[in-house]
Each structure stands twice: as structure tokens, then as C-alpha cells.
Design a protein around this ligand. Structure first.
Ligand code: 3PG
Length: 213
């Protein structure tokens, strides 16, 4: 099935993806409003919380312009569940044949994790050209991504893990990176504290860093 890629959904200018751990569904809408208001359009709601499908559904309903997806998809049966909740994309930390097969049955793109040259090649053979690179800081960071560019010029990455305002640009300036993601944009603590103003300020700052370079 041919699908719109995550980068195409996001457009050229939106290049930050907060990884959101939300336990309380009532936090979904104010959180999405704070981030979208700050210019962060793609929101990855991690399935590490039981509430994630409900959070995705509420965000999509109340903030239709947000590109809401599901993160940490690690089981084949989760694809239909998050698609039914309204997720527009799925992200997994790794890739297996079973996950790849299950993702074929839903019309939303999967961005699977791959960190070694072998994993990247295996993912490409299964039809994936946009990959998550996690945990980026421990797996070679920008150095690794630069090394694989000449090998796989048709693969693009979204690094996550250890990303912050201090290193966003060192990643985003690489031609084979389409976005960076992470929890720093809206931490679990800030979400738990319902600090929507603080989250919006933090996100605005990161958007400014990512835009100016
Ligand atoms: C992820 O799921 O991508 C990571 O948890 C993000 O890593 P970070 O917490 O270092 O931002």
C-alpha cells in the first residue's frame, strides 16, 4: 500500500516531534493546544502510557491541525488500535517482520527504529525509507548518520534520545535528517504538573532554535 510519509505529512518547516508520555487523558487537549500554539505540529504520543489511545483521540478531535501519531508501537495488534484512535502515523523503536507486516494493513506510515547499517538495510528492503534513530546519543549521534549517508542516500532519519536545544541544529543540518524528536519539548514532569505555559515557552524556544539554525 502506498502511504504518505511522515515527512510529507509534516511539511518542510515542521521538524520537531515531541515524544509525549501522557497518563491523564484530561491533559491531552491543553497539551496539544500549547504545543501547536508554539508551532510544533507533529505530536508523538507514546504507548508507554495506557491512556495513549484516548489521548490521541482527544487531541485529534479538539486540535484537528495537529499531526498526532503513536509512539513506541512494539506489537502488531497495536497498529489497528492507534489507527482507530485517529493516529496519523506510528513510530517504533525497532523493526521486526511481524511489525512490518502489521503496518501494511493500516493506511498510516510507520517510522521504525534502526541504528546499525544492517538494520537500516533490512528496513529499506521492507520498504521503509524514513527511520527513527534511537537512542541517537548512544548510537553514534551525528557521526553515525553522516557515515551512512553515502551508503543509503535514500534513507532519512528522525533521531531521538538525548536531543535538546544544544544539539538540535547539529542534527537538523544533515541532509538525511527530516526531523528530530524527544521528550525535552514537553517532559513527563511538566505534563503531570499541567504546566501548559511552561511547555509552550519551552517549545517556542526550540522552534526558534530549529528555524534559525
Ligand atoms: C523516544 O521514545 O524517542 C525517547 O524516549 C526520547 O528520548 P529522550 O527522552 O532522550 O528525549
Amino acid at each position: 500500500m502506498s502511504k504518505t510519509s511522515l515527512s510529507a505529512l509534516m511539511g518542510k518547516n515542521a521538524r520537531l516531534i515531541p515524544v509525549l508520555h501522557v497518563e491523564n487523558p484530561d491533559h491531552a487537549v491543553p497539551l496539544a493546544e500549547a504545543l501547536v500554539g508554539a508551532g510544533v505540529m507533529a505530536l508523538e504520543v507514546t504507548l508507554r502510557s495506557e491512556a495513549a489511545p484516548e489521548v490521541i483521540a482527544r487531541m485529534r478531535k479538539a486540535v484537528p491541525q495537529a499531526i498526532v501519531g503513536a509512539g513506541t508501537v512494539t506489537k502488531p495488534e497495536q497498529f489497528a488500535r492507534v489507527r482507530d484512535a485517529g493516529a496519523l502515523f506510528a513510530v517504533s523503536p525497532a523493526l521486526t517482520e511481524r511489525l512490518a507486516e502489521a503496518s501494511e494493513n493500516v493506511d498510516i506510515p510507520l517510522v521504525p527504529g534502526a541504528v546499525t547499517p544492517s538494520e537500516m538495510l533490512a528496513a529499506r528492503e521492507l520498504g521503509f525509507h524514513e527511520l527513527k534513530f534511537f537512542p541517537a546519543d548512544l548510537m553514534g549521534g551525528t557521526g553515525m548518520i553522516k557515515h551512512v549517508l553515502p551508503l543509503y542516500p535514500d534513507i532519512r532519519f528522525c533521531p531521538t534520545g538525548g536531543i535538546s536545544d544544544d544539539n538540535i541544529m547539529s542534527y537538523l543540518e544533515l541532509p538525511n535528517i527530516f526531523a528530530v524528536g524527544g521528550a525535552w519539548l514537553a517532559t513527563r514532569d511538566a505534563i503531570e504538573a499541567a504546566d501548559w505555559k511552561g511547555i509552550a515557552e519551552r517549545a517556542r524556544k526550540s522552534v526558534a532554535v530549529a528555524t534559525k539554525g
